[in-house]
Design a protein around this ligand. Structure first.
Ligand code: ZN
Length: 374
């Protein structure tokens, strides 16, 4: 998820997704028109100012929750790229899964613990501080909101932290990551359907907006449990497979200056959807990848004049990995950068491309035939 970068803490980019402004407005609105007026008698403008401050502080708490996850991840040697605030709260992009159930339980559990701690402290302060009233109101709200956040996050469903804590427990008991994920995803689905049913019930009986929101959260849970399971399955199936094994060595290379009309013949007698384009300069591994789709994209009348180097994807835009990189890392890289291939570079020369299609075919074949020696 991309957002507007607002700063950097402990080497982690902090960003805000555009959807966050919608939830900021919604929260501030409900505080200014519902929560505060129900308890306090203030000047109308004061409701809005205090509401905005309280909402911003709530998001600082959400940031602290995500920082909790991130710092534990960094300590476990797992890179953290960024933390993004968006419509459903915050998300830290933690690059991979922890290596053991204990580590996963700590990594997932620390977020709700941070929220709980903030909630208890602010709630206690709201009880003991004599005033001013605005401050007490904000602290009280932060107390309630953070404790709710901690409880909500401990629900046993993906992508919530509780789902991961549950998986860690099952993983610890079964000593098998895939089985544990399968079971945790099953529980997660039940929680998801529960939310949808609750949302449907609310829609029928009373408040439409919260019913839609609950159903939406339920739908997110179903999506996330499926994604977690697919991810675990993929990691399991690609375990021990290196990029070298999945790279397809090119049978032919395309010279950079030939026209697309001439390049078409290169695709005629070999099956690869993309071919490397020879480097113009000495010392470069290759100049780019020319794909069937590049030809399709170029209008036919231009095939006589357009050259391979004009239509290709430049090497600079194709991520590269070394032959010994785990294949799962290459798959992650493709997903992250939204590309369908990576270049496998061995000591400065191109070994071949590893693409989504080839990886998919490899997995299909493995499912059909079984892994060698298993
Ligand atoms: Zn969390």
């Amino acid at each position: 998820m991309h957002g507007i970068r607002i700063g950097r803490i402990f080497g982690i980019d902090i960003a805000i997704h555009v959807s966050w402004f919608a939830i900021l407005a919604l929260f501030a609105f409900s505080l200014a028109t519902g929560f505060f007026p129900a308890v306090y008698v203030w000047h109308p403008a004061a409701y809005w100012i205090v509401a905005l401050i309280a909402t911003l502080l709530l998001f600082v708490s959400v940031l602290a929750h995500e920082l909790g996850h991130s710092l534990v991840a960094l300590r476990q040697g797992i890179p953290v790229k960024s933390i993004t605030l968006f419509i459903l709260g915050g998300v830290a992009s933690i690059e991979k899964d922890p290596a053991s159930p204990g580590r996963e339980a700590i990594l997932a559990g620390v977020g709700p613990l941070v929220s709980l701690a903030i909630g208890v402290v602010t709630f206690a302060l709201a009880q003991v501080l004599p005033g001013p009233e605005y401050l007490v109101a904000v602290l009280f709200y932060l107390g309630v909101a953070n404790v709710s956040l901690a409880l909500f996050n401990m629900l046993p469903g993906f992508p919530m932290d509780g789902g991961r804590v549950l998986r860690a427990l099952l993983w610890w008991r079964s000593r098998d990551f895939l089985t544990a994920t399968r079971r945790a995803a099953g529980v997660s689905r039940i929680v998801g359907y529960g939310f949808i049913a609750l949302g449907g019930y609310q829609l029928l009986t009373a408040s439409g907006l919260s019913g839609i929101w609950l159903a939406f959260v339920g739908w997110m849970l179903l999506q996330a449990s499926r994604a977690s399971l697919q991810q675990a399955q993929l990691e399991h199936e690609l375990e021990g497979v290196t990029a070298r094994r999945l790279a397809t060595a090119p049978r032919v290379w395309v010279p950079p200056f030939i026209t697309l009309n001439a390049a078409r013949d290169y695709f005629a007698d070999q099956p690869a959807p993309c071919l490397p384009v020879e480097a113009e300069r000495e010392g470069e591994a290759y100049d780019g990848a020319l794909c069937v789709s590049d030809l399709e994209r170029t209008p036919r009348p231009e095939w006589d004049s357009a050259r391979a180097r004009d239509a290709m994807t430049r090497a600079g835009d194709i991520p590269s990995v070394s032959p010994e990189t785990p294949a799962i890392e290459a798959v992650r890289l493709m997903a992250e950068q939204g590309v369908s291939r990576v270049a496998v570079i061995d000591a400065g020369s191109l070994l071949g491309f590893l693409d989504r299609e080839g990886t998919f075919r490899f997995l299909q074949r493995r499912r059909a035939l079984g892994a060698p020696g298993v």
